[in-house]
Design a binder for this molecule. Structure first.
Ligand code: ADP
Ligand code: ZN
Length: 749
């Protein structure tokens, strides 16, 4: 194995002269593996390599793909140096792309190779595209004698029926997956002469056309769009908060920035918190620019990922819309980044490399010298404070487009306006629902809790059904007839008898989930067309889109939804939004609980009255005097932010202070405890730097691993990474124990 030749996260300048002592030509290659350093390799005769080139190199017995990170360091003797095996025919990773990998690694304290893995996530994309075998159904073909028409074979043929009428050919893998059979079934049909083979070239997306005119903008919108355009054309780094109420035309405005980037021959990247939920956004983009953007998210097939990655690298994709991982695509010349719903906590990646995509996007813009717009009606406090202090510019859109008014928000005080026993909708909300339905309009009930009931207990002995792998109650899903753990995915049947005391028929559901609200709605309004909209009742983006369209066509009267519903959808006939439990997010000691609750409820409220009819929002709460509820009712966004900011400042919490968490986990609780204690003793402490813990994590058992947390708190001016690096170096961590570092934590579970 080649020796490591470089440490630290800073790339060596590519222009450094080779050392005269080393007669061989060598390069440092970073590999997409959890490695802290790039390794030296020899450049074989006849090969030309520059920084950013994708190469294949030997690593022990394996061949791995890597990226030329800089000149070799020359510390390994020539005789022991292995040679680069081949160079891929792909445009090299740009300097900005490589600096970004190094920067993310240094900031999040993740090995650079591990971050690189996100940037070369589809190695197959480096190989030249192969035409793919696909099939059509052959017209009038008869099965040969003795060929048995089994059910799987019939299903495959049925899938291909539409190809007789001009439907697209399908690959064997697609057919096997859709028909739920093995590939051999498809091959058997082909050998029997029932299918027509065709060779497919990778699909090319149409190119969005910036010449197409957008809508005529209002004066406010025009000023905002011109400001963004100028930033894009200047080609310099800046961060702008695009701050405007829902429906003020923020999307129309940032389309202008995208158009400006395309005009410059550059690419645009739009990040959305949950791209799989954003069918409406994609349709709208296609209508505006005449062609869809390229999508990048976890729902893509392997072939789509490969084609998209390659097309982006070759500069054939002008606009990418994606989830956080889209930041790591190989853009040749990015001209603008848009982060829509920038406050959304889905931007925080909590597994693997732990990073916040909004913050990393700002770093990417800085390193690439390009403007970035953070877009929200309810910005994160971090961004708000940066805009208030002029570190970020602000563009405001104060009014809803076309004079639509913001909905009226009423608080329903559950202490007085009580629902009947084992029911959850207060009399005033019931009355509002009745009126809305009578007026031929739509209503939505929002409860951010999937399933039927969050807790099941025995009425005889009080036993509560808990997950054996996690510190969590099992959630009853009555439609699926199961108890489920929402953390590890464990499922088990609902017991008839209590597993503790053995009494039969005593297990009772406690509290509501959306399924239980749907039951109450059916009881109250048996005639109404109602449906649940939650991630586990809708399978995949297509199902969500169908539901959204069906609501838009007014085929439903009442929608009972979780936060899947809260996102940017636009329903003109929806005039009433009832929030079943507005207090839900406020429990559980999270630093951002109030902020998040405010943002979520504000966004949910924004679903009402998006058309010509005014909207009405009712929040059921036990705490009507809470600042979050007061601010929502008064429409006093900035008042809420100010209060929240004062409290954070007082406590030295973000964005005025810095936090970093260490999560110690392992299967052996004693060992976990011992390591956590050792880390506690070795913690850095000074007048300004404090370490809290170790304490059992609220999820002290997760997927069978025991967890302890330590939290470092420091002033904003402190660089926490070197402190943590020194801290960890003082403690020996046994291999059975994992210590995760979470810089700027958002989850405290
Ligand atoms: P936001 O992103 O701030 O929520 P949108 O850009 O989605 O706002 O605009 C809300 C609605 O108003 C959309 O249906 C949009 O097409 C429409 N709209 C906004 N600005 C204009 C405009 N200048 N002309 C026509 N329609 C507009
Ligand atoms: Zn579990």
């Amino acid at each position: 194995m080649p020796e490591s030749v470089r440490s630290g996260a800073k790339p060596k300048p590519a222009a450094a002269k080779p050392k005269p002592a080393a007669p061989d030509r060598r390069v440092a290659v970073l590999l997409p593996l959890p490695l802290r350093e790039a390794y030296d390799y020899r450049i074989p005769d006849g090969m030309d390599l520059g920084p950013g080139d994708y190469v294949e190199v030997p690593l022990g017995p394996r061949r791995v793909i890597g990226v030329v990170w800089g000149p070799g360091a020359g510390t390994v003797e020539s005789g022991r140096l292995k040679a680069v095996l081949r160079k891929f025919d792909a445009p090299p990773m740009t300097g900005a792309g490589r600096r970004f990998v190094d920067w993310v690694a240094a900031y999040t304290m993740t090995p650079p190779g591990f971050v690189l893995r996100m940037a070369v996530s589809v190695p197959a994309a480096l190989e030249p595209p192969k035409p793919m075998l696909a099939y059509l159904r052959k017209a009038d073909a008869e099965a040969p004698p003795g060929f048995k028409m089994t059910d799987p074979r019939r299903r495959v043929l049925a899938l291909l029926d539409d190809t007789l009428a001009g439907g697209p050919p399908r690959t064997p893998a697609e057919l096997a997956e859709e028909a739920g059979c093995g590939i051999t079934v498809v091959r058997g049909l082909a050998e029997a002469g029932l299918l027509d083979p065709v060779m497919l070239q990778p699909t090319r997306l149409g190119r969005p056309d910036w010449h197409r005119p957008g809508p005529s903008l209002s004066p406010d919108q025009r000023a905002a769009a011109d400001d963004l355009r100028e930033r894009v054309i200047s080609g310099r780094y800046s961060t702008v908060l695009l701050d405007g109420v829902t429906g003020s035309g923020k999307t129309e405005v940032y389309y202008e920035a995208i158009s400006a980037a395309l005009e410059q021959g550059k690419q645009a990247l739009v990040l959305l918190p949950e791209i799989a939920l954003s069918a409406q956004w994609l349709d709208r983009f296609a209508r505006r620019f005449g062609a869809p953007p390229a999508e990048w998210h976890s729902e893509l097939t392997g072939a789509q990922r490969r084609d998209t990655w390659r097309a982006v690298a070759k500069g054939e994709v002008p606009v990418v819309v994606g989830a956080r991982s889209a930041l790591f695509l190989p853009y040749p010349d990015l001209g603008v980044i848009i982060v829509d719903e920038e406050h959304d906590s889905a931007y925080k990646q909590e597994e693997g490399a732990i990073y916040h995509a909004r913050d990393m996007a700002v770093a990417r813009a800085h390193l690439g010298g390009l403007p970035i717009a953070l877009v929200s009606a309810t910005p994160s406090l971090e961004t708000k404070v940066n805009a208030d202090s002029h570190r970020y510019a602000r563009i405001a859109l104060p009014a809803r487009h076309g004079g639509a008014v913001l909905p009226e928000v009423e608080l329903v005080d559950l202490r007085r306006d009580r629902p009947p026993a084992r029911h959850w909708l207060a009399p005033s909300l019931r009355k509002a629902l009745t009126d809305t339905l009578a007026g031929g309009e739509q209503a939505m009930l929002f409860l951010n809790r999937r399933g039927y009931a969050p807790l099941t207990l025995c009425r005889a002995c009080g036993h509560r059904m808990q997950c054996p792998n996690c510190t969590a109650w099992l959630v009853e899903h009555r439609l699926a007839r199961k108890l489920q753990c929402h953390h590890c995915g464990l499922q088990q049947p609902l017991p008839h008898a209590c597993p503790e005391c053995g009494e039969e028929g005593t297990m009772a559901a406690c509290g509501p989930g959306v399924e239980r609200i749907a039951e109450e709605v059916a009881e109250l309004f048996p005639e109404a067309r109602a449906a649940i909209m939650a991630s586990d009742t809708l399978h995949g983006p297509r199902a969500i889109q169908e539901m959204v369209e069906s609501i838009g066509r007014h085929e439903l009267d009442i929608i009972i939804g979780t936060q899947v519903m809260a996102k940017g959808h636009h329903f003109p006939m929806l005039t009433l939004v009832g929030v079943v439990d507005a207090d839900l997010g406020l429990n559980g000691g999270d630093l951002r609980a109030a902020e998040r609750t405010y943002q979520l409820l504000h966004q949910v409220a924004g679903r009402a009255g998006r058309g010509e009819r005014p909207g009405r929002v009712m929040l059921q709460t036990f705490m009507p005097e809470h600042p979050v509820m007061q601010a929502l009712a008064a429409g006093d966004r900035d008042g809420f932010y100010q209060l929240e900011a004062e409290m954070r400042l007082e406590a030295g919490m973000p964005p005025f202070g810095r936090l970093a968490a260490l999560i110690v986990s392992g299967e052996d609780p004693t060992l976990v405890e011992r390591v956590a204690m050792a880390l506690g003793r070795a913690a850095p402490r000074s007048e300004t730097v404090h370490v809290l813990g170790p304490a059992p994590a609220p999820l002290s058992l997760l997927r069978g691993r025991h967890r302890r947390r330590l939290l470092l708190k420091a002033p904003r001016s402190t660089q926490v990474q070197p402190l943590i690096a020194e801290w960890l170096a003082r403690v020996e961590i046994p291999p059975a124990i994992r210590v995760q570092i979470d810089v700027d934590p958002y989850s405290f579970l």
